[in-house]
Write a protein that binds this ligand. Sequence first.
Ligand code: ADP
Ligand code: AMP
Length: 214
Amino acid sequence: MKIIMLGAPGAGKGTQAKKIAGKYNIPHISTGDIFRANIKNGTELGKKAKTYMDQGLLVPDELVVDLVADRVNQEDCANGYVLDGFPRTIPQAEALTKALKELGQKMDYAIDVDVPDANIVNRMSGRRACVGCGATYHMVYAPTKQEGVCDSCGGELILRDDDKPDTVQKRLNVYHEQTQPLIEYYTREGILRKVDGTIDIEEVFGQIVKLLEA
Ligand code: ADP
Ligand code: AMP
């Protein structure tokens, strides 16, 4: 099962992608996580990506496409995967379609997690990320057992720099301009499925499981 998660920043793509990956035992591939790991490790890719990420801009397509094409070719992706945060532009989607076609494959579903802009700033300002393992929480909607401490690894929780309100607004504008057209693209491909992302995390997941198993 090959799945793309679509939706605005903060819509819950990562939250749901992790749950899908767990239930169906397929890898969760987050380009945002890959860039953050590269930043943490001080790689050349990380240095380049950071200049864009800090401004709420997209990293250029050429830095993302080959990275994902290589990743989905790895052995653990043989039974499928869930892509979170990729593709984010039409050229990225076209490159993915082409790369899969060369392998005789195609995506099965593009799931649009639909959340209005009005809810997004609230979602992002409450999001907390673990500096150790990258797990994400929400201060109100998905709190840790002990405030400020990661449930998984005991690491420290932080507000991501790009989750501060000014940058969130910028990221939302970028989403509408560059990523939202993918809804039309995958509608035309016949694989778009929409879920209501404003309801409880478990209920959103219920909708997704239902559509995957329909
Ligand atoms: P994305 O990967 O789309 O940027 P996340 O999955 O990180 O978004 O979710 C953004 C924030 O909103 C996180 O703090 C997460 O815990 C919280 N969240 C995710 N889904 C829901 C939901 N259905 N209701 C309330 N909060 C949610
Ligand atoms: P995310 O963790 O998915 O919210 O991504 C955080 C940031 O990483 C984005 O705001 C972009 O700057 C960058 N990024 C992640 N995925 C992509 C992508 N597919 N294309 C371009 N930039 C990306």
